[in-house]
Ligand binder design. Structure first.
Ligand code: AN7
Length: 359
């Protein structure tokens, strides 16, 4: 059950809750849509099966627009307002655009989003549209879209709110603070999906800052997960045409490449890749065994954790937090490939009883 203080935390939002850790000034508006204060859900089944000391899911799908992007977006938009901006722009595989559109709508900015044509999940596209963003679909993938919006920002008075905007990373690091605040210390291992690599950068920064300040006794090993068909950081070279069912992380040339590698190496962690089948299996297991529905990209964190336990890279007994970055309802078509259609039955008690196996 959510406690009163828990509710108060999400009502505060991440800027007001963590202002002393953020680059905010007296002039920065304390805006919020209620982001952050997401639960660390203890695993009921999977952690024990893997032989872990503990496993928690940081359920970021419960943010206002259904993904972790809201943590960074609220800070980026607050700083944009502080600087007098009237418009924001981003490239996106879907969640950044949904978040930018919502915060822009709420706080009176125009939003432009550039997406790969046909390349983002249906609910994410709808979110950008419903919040009134100008949605532009281009031929090519996310990497092309990001290059394009960076050039637009060099020429025109519009604020870029991709994670190359440093305020995005600053806001996103609050998720690491929350994990330590909720669990009492940092975990041994943090498993996290990696696309444009802003989030692994942000968590590592957050854990380090809390550790330096004496809020935690340890630093987690960062275990990053990419999809086999979109694994530039595993290969060590950009991927020209990234391909995976996990459209959120269909990224071939991550903007935060160096800081992701630094997070991996400084934490003595690893970044590995998993197949689309493993990703969808992990998504399904989370839904069926734990009651937690996340999108495919998010399930990459569990899939890479399972692979790491199997290889011995993560030891039995380890205390692990798995970051579930976005809600499963974001991408209904992907999840629908792994479920049975409803059984058509007659509208009578006997038929329903028999179909339920209660007869
Ligand atoms: C659910 O929305 O890049 O490694 O444009 O939506 O920080 O990029 C989304 C990325 C993981 C990867 N999980 O995080 C975008 C975008 C989900 C995501 C990632 C994304 P980064």
């Amino acid at each position: 059950m959510r406690t009163r203080s828990h509710l108060a935390m999400s009502a505060l939002g991440v800027i007001a809750r963590y202002e002393q850790w953020l680059p905010v000034t007296a002039a920065t508006p304390r805006i919020t849509l209620g982001e952050g204060a997401t639960p660390c859900v203890p695993s009921r089944v999977i952690g024990e099966r893997l032989g872990l000391g503990s496993l928690h899911f940081k359920y970021e799908g419960l943010n206002p627009t259904g993904s972790f992007k809201d943590r960074g977006m609220v800070v980026a938009v607050a700083k944009a307002i502080e600087a007098g901006a009237q418009a924001v722009i981003c490239a996106s595989t879907g969640n950044t655009s949904a978040s930018a559109a919502a915060y822009a709508a709420r706080f009176g900015l125009r939003a432009g989003v550039v997406i790969p044509s046909g390349g983002i999940a249906s609910s994410k596209l709808l979110q950008a549209q419903v919040h009134g963003a100008t949605v532009l679909a281009i031929p090519g993938g996310f990497d092309t879209a990001l290059r394009l919006v960076r050039e637009v920002c060099d020429r025109s008075p519009v604020t870029l709110v991709n994670s190359v905007n440093p305020f995005r990373i600053e806001g996103q690091k609050t998720a690491a603070f929350e994990i330590v605040d909720d669990l009492g210390d940092a975990p041994d291992v943090l498993a996290i999906p990696v696309g444009n690599a802003g989030n692994i950068t942000a968590y590592w920064r957050g854990f380090r800052e809390y550790h330096v300040a004496g809020r935690s006794t340890l630093l987690p090993r960062m275990i990053g997960g990419q999809a086999d068909g979109a694994a530039p950081l595993v290969r060590g070279a950009p991927v020209a045409e990234p391909a995976t069912v996990a459209s959120a992380i269909r990224i071939g040339n991550p903007a935060s490449w160096e800081s992701a590698v630094a997070a991996r190496d400084e934490s003595e962690g690893l970044i590995d890749s998993v197949s689309d089948a493993d990703i969808l299996d992990a998504q399904s297991r989370l839904a069926r065994l734990e009651g937690v529905f996340c999108e495919p990209a998010s399930a990459t964190s569990l899939a890479v954790l399972e692979k790491s336990v199997a290889s011995g890279a993560v030891a039995p007994g380890a205390h692990v937090v798995c970051v579930l970055t976005g809600h499963g309802l974001k991408d209904p078509l992907a999840a629908a490939t792994r479920v049975d259609p409803p059984q058509e039955v007659a509208a009578d008690v006997a038929a329903v009883t028999a179909a339920l196996g209660l007869g």
